[in-house]
Design a protein around this ligand. Structure first.
Ligand code: XMP
Length: 326
């Protein structure tokens, strides 16, 4: 019968059998799936697993710390962190077009990840150990979507940024490929992962890079990170985390409007709140958040975030609007 304990125990046995004494690598994105997959494989093979986390500088406030400290503290996993903020910001300089941004972020991500992976393979090789396995957090819906193929590296192009060099052959470990999202969360819980990781709302791979309408710069990212953190804090405090699917917070960096703050006139940027309810992100409706919560978010963002003098609410369903603005 289906219990999370059975699923965990069976997976651990299967992974041990598959990997033997060899080594495995897993990319962490900060999302639920890769975290649960990594935790499960770590439980099975311990230090034979190394995780790689590429920090592209487009993460939300506290997210890198969550991967680098909290996840490691709970699982004891070996982690290689690549600080690639400079590289991503340089590559994104001067670019405003959404598709162009996505392409650049995806391309840079693959390069950095491949390089880290090659370094790990080389290090292990020097120690006389073979790295033959790559862990992926593929879920059952992903398997169905991509036609059920297995055995080779098969990476979702839209929803995961990642990829494999042609000359490196890895066998895949996909411990979640028979599970749905809610089951993955239960497995994560069973493995002792904290709620902040297990109950995390979806967040796009390109991160805040596609939540700045206009060019992505360090200053704008810092500003959006602040606004986003405030919105998340207030939604959490109001107990609304699980009622909404997600709430993108968007900076309209190329738009300015007049305001009055403190002693005088300001000419600042608007922040958009995009709270949505959804079953699967294919369609969505805008969430009817309580006015007092919206009011607190607005007051705090305009008070606490420099250069933001207006907060607006997106009341568009999907379709016609997408959940993200880019
Ligand atoms: P849209 O904006 O298409 O978003 O309505 C649907 C869902 O997908 C997420 N999303 C992404 N996730 N990489 C991801 O991993 C991406 O490039 C990406 N773009 C959108 C979005 O947050 C929403 O949950």
């Amino acid at each position: 019968s289906w219990t999370t304990t059975n699923v965990v125990e069976e997976s651990i046995a299967a992974i041990r059998e598959q990997v033997g004494t060899k080594r495995a690598i897993c990319g962490l994105s900060g999302g639920v799936d890769s975290a649960v997959a990594a935790a499960l494989v770590q439980r099975a093979i311990g230090d034979q697993l190394t995780c790689v986390y590429v920090d592209h500088g487009l993460m939300r406030k506290g997210e890198s710390e969550q991967v680098e400290k909290d996840f490691v503290a709970v699982t004891g996993v070996q982690l290689k962190v690549v600080d690639a903020e400079e590289r991503f910001l340089t590559a994104l300089a001067g670019v405003s077009d959404p598709e162009e941004k996505r392409k650049i972020i995806g391309r840079e991500f693959i390069r950095v990840f491949e390089q880290a992976q090659a370094e790990l393979v080389a290090e292990a090789g020097a120690a006389g150990e073979a790295v033959e396995f790559l862990v992926q957090g593929t879920l059952y819906p992903d398997v169905v979507e991509s036609g059920g193929g297995t055995g080779t590296a098969n990476i979702k192009s839209h929803h995961n940024v990642g990829g494999l060099p042609d000359d490196l052959e890895f066998e895949l470990i996909e411990p979640l490929r028979r599970l749905f999202k809610d089951e993955v969360r239960m497995v994560g819980q069973e493995l002792g992962l904290p709620d902040e990781i297990v109950q995390r709302q979806p967040f796009p791979g390109p991160g805040l890079g596609i939540r700045i309408v206009g060019e992505v710069t360090k200053e704008r990212l810092d500003l959006l990170r602040e606004a986003d953190a405030i919105a998340r804090e207030e939604l959490t405090a109001a107990g609304l985390d699980r009622d909404i699917w997600q709430c993108p917070v968007v900076l309209l960096a190329d738009v300015r409007s007049v305001g009055v703050q403190g002693d005088g006139r300001t000419y600042g940027h608007p922040i958009v709140l995009r709270p949505v309810s959804s079953e699967d992100a294919m369609t969505a409706d805008w969430s009817r958040l309580p006015y007092d919560v919206l009011s607190r978010i607005s007051t705090r963002i305009t008070n606490e975030v420099d250069e933001v003098n207006r907060v607006v609410l997106d009341i568009t369903s999907k379709p016609p609007g997408t959940i993200e603005w880019e």
